[in-house]
Design a protein around this ligand. Structure first.
Ligand SMILES: [Zn+2]
Length: 396
């Protein structure tokens, strides 16, 4: 006997890639959305009542290996070089087994809070659980090292990671922690293997100072760690314009944070649709940086996705809370843009077109938020106030 598809109705259906529907339905079959629309369902439907049905959330940037942190490292407003020093000293002792445990713990937290796709930065070798709780991972192998030898060593490990993990990419860590020579080799690797690339870029103003002058707190930190080399810094004039053009050579690249990009750099970024900025609002808040230029980025047509970053700088891995933080604190942003950043923009950034939206053919990885709203304005007020709940038990 042919199994019948599942029909649901709700006060709101919010597809993200099209306008929210006040009073609608959706049909699910074989784990996929088959159809959806406004008004009464074509046949009898299970009515979810006063809720808004939404696509699954996408966390475009985290480091799951830090998911066992019960609290953030450092203190609010800590400088990035100092924070890194504290992370390195507190995490030095971790081994593969404890990293695996932390990864599993982080994946459970992501699943519980409605994230269905994660862009995760890994320190290979690492092990992912076979039971993924319905979460898809894009696992970026992190490459770190200012010396040629260290860069080669981490790049070799990254190559092995790309061979083992089908959904993987490469992550040259940051301009202050990788040589331009190793960055070139990461770009080559991304191109040869046709993989994604993610890099922390322009996170702290001290990074610009290092790249432009070869001095400042990052230079001091690198010297005290014994990894300074005189030929590494400063970079060429306009280092971030240079870097954006470099990273545009990858098939698809994610610029993590990009807090400190100026208007000219944002305009340059807008020339490359294969690039996405990942903004981690609560981590940004923890470091007490100047307001993030996300509004300017959106105005220029730069794609921006949301991430949580790790539990070493963020209170949890609940992506919905990042969106709620913006609905509550960044009233200069259109609420619809924030929702898109939390869902579809992350999918696009990570090269997926089957999650993060509701449309025929996409996976039925969905969730809901309680809402008795009659208007879109009220709906987004409810989003800012209520939790996102993953919708389990759907027809598959
Ligand atoms: Zn990060």
């Amino acid at each position: 006997m042919k199994r019948q598809s599942q029909m649901l109705s709700a006060r709101w259906i919010v597809p993200v890639t099209s306008e929210p529907i006040h009073g609608g339905w959706l049909e699910i079959d074989g784990g996929q959305v088959v159809d959806f629309g406004p008004g009464a369902a074509p046949r009898s439907a299970h009515d979810l009542g006063d809720v808004a049905v939404l696509p699954g959330l996408v966390n475009a940037h985290t480091h799951l290996e830090f998911s066992d942190c019960s609290e953030m490292v450092g203190f609010p407003g800590i400088s990035l070089p100092e924070w890194i020093g504290q992370v390195v000293s507190t995490r030095r002792a971790t081994d593969e087994a404890s990293r695996s445990e932390a990864i599993e713990c982080g994946m459970r937290e992501c699943a519980r809070t409605g994230t269905c796709l994660v862009g995760e930065i890994a320190t290979p070798p690492c092990h992912y659980p076979s039971e993924t709780n319905g979460i898809d991972l894009i696992s970026f192998a992190e490459v770190l090292g200012l010396t040629s030898e260290r860069g080669t060593e981490r790049l070799d490990v990254a190559k092995a990671h790309l061979g083992l993990q089908a959904c993987s990419g490469v992550s040259p860590h940051a301009p202050y922690s990788i040589s331009r020579e190793t960055l070139d080799r990461c770009l080559q690797l991304a191109n040869v293997t046709n993989r994604l690339l993610a890099m922390h870029v322009a996170e702290s103003p001290y990074e610009r100072e290092l790249l432009q002058t070869g001095a400042g707190p990052f230079a001091e930190a690198l010297k005290s760690m014994g990894v300074w080399r005189d030929d590494l810094f400063p970079w060429p004039t306009d280092p971030f314009l240079w870097l954006i053009e470099k990273l545009a050579q990858a098939p698809r690249s994610l610029l993590i944070h990009a807090n400190d990009l100026n208007d000219a750099e944002i305009a340059k970024l807008s020339e490359y649709p294969q690039m996405t900025v990942v903004y981690c609002p609560r981590t940004h808040h923890f470091f007490q940086y100047e307001p993030h230029p996300v509004a300017t980025m959106l105005l220029h047509g730069v794609r921006v996705a949301l991430g949580t970053d790790s539990r070493a700088s963020n209170p949890d891995l609940n992506l919905w809370r990042e969106a709620q933080f913006l609905w509550q604190h960044r009233v200069d942003l259109a609420p619809q843009s924030v929702l898109r950043m939390a869902t579809w923009s992350g999918s696009e950034a990570l090269g997926r077109n089957d999650v993060g939206c509701i449309r025929p053919g996409c996976l039925a990885k969905l969730g809901f938020v309680r809402s008795s709203a009659s208007t879109e304005e009220e709906l987004f007020r409810d989003f800012a106030a209520h939790d996102y709940v993953p919708l389990g038990g759907l027809n598959s």
